[in-house]
Design a binder for this molecule. Structure first.
Ligand SMILES: [Zn+2]
Length: 242
């Protein structure tokens, strides 16, 4: 390959820079279109909503239990009243009747107390759950507003980034026109193995990519504008004054 003039080296460096910028911007755009830029916040929101849904289901279940226990207690209380009424109306005759009456009464009272205890337990649980629910609802509102905020912020950037991509691509196309096919072919051939960035400026006789000092003969070839790879890392060295 013939020596490249400084203008061509400048063009190649600009192409390299533009390609890197465009790659970043396009990655941003891709993430933006997929909604990845606020995915973390959206995920947190979803998890919190799911957690609250589960809590509400649990609360409904406990409330049903509480109501069932209440009905059972009321029914026991009714039985107790009937039992007492029977006793009051003088239906108890023998000591055996009395004994049986006392036994039944004690059993009913015990049953009622047990239901009350269980009801209370459900009520206390429900009270705590109400508080947790209210905290959760506040958190959901905060997370939802966070999602909206991040999304709005990224959406505000989008038009400018789209414009940068459009202009960058037009500029890149124009620059490529000015590069001889042979040079461009070499650039493209080397790019994939060098992270898409095959050029490294030379400074004070060293490759700026790997820092290795180049032999005098290499420095001279680079300064003449010849296509010369760093002997250590393989990047194409750009003359010092470009
Ligand atoms: Zn190097």
């Amino acid at each position: 390959m013939d020596a490249l003039d400084r203008v061509l080296w400048k063009t190649l460096l600009e192409v390299q820079q533009l390609e890197r910028d465009l790659q970043q911007k396009k990655a941003w755009w891709h993430a933006y279109e997929k909604g990845d830029l606020w995915a973390k916040e959206a995920q947190e929101l979803l998890q919190e909503e799911e957690r609250l849904k589960a809590l509400k289901r649990q609360m409904e279940e406990r409330e049903r239990e509480r109501k069932r226990l209440e009905l059972e207690r009321l029914s026991l209380e009714e039985d107790l009243k009937k039992l007492e009424k029977r006793a009051e109306s003088g239906l108890l005759r023998s000591p055996k009747d009395y004994e049986s009456y006392e036994k039944q009464k004690a059993a009913l009272k015990q049953g009622i107390a047990r239901k009350e205890e269980e009801e209370l337990e459900r009520m206390e649980w429900l009270e705590e759950a109400e508080k947790a629910l209210s905290r959760g609802e506040k958190r959901v509102a905060q997370l939802a507003s966070k999602v909206r905020e991040v999304r709005a912020r990224e959406e505000a950037k989008a038009p400018a980034i789209q414009e940068i991509i459009r202009e960058g691509e037009a500029r890149l196309a124009a620059l490529k026109e000015a590069i001889p096919a042979e040079v461009w072919g070499e650039y493209r051939r080397l790019a994939p193995g060098l992270g898409g960035q095959p050029l490294a400026p030379m400074r004070k006789g060293r490759c700026t990519y790997c820092g290795v000092e180049q032999p005098v003969a290499v420095v001279q070839r680079v300064q003449r504008g010849l296509w010369q790879q760093c002997q250590h890392c393989g990047h194409v060295l750009v003359p010092e004054d470009v």
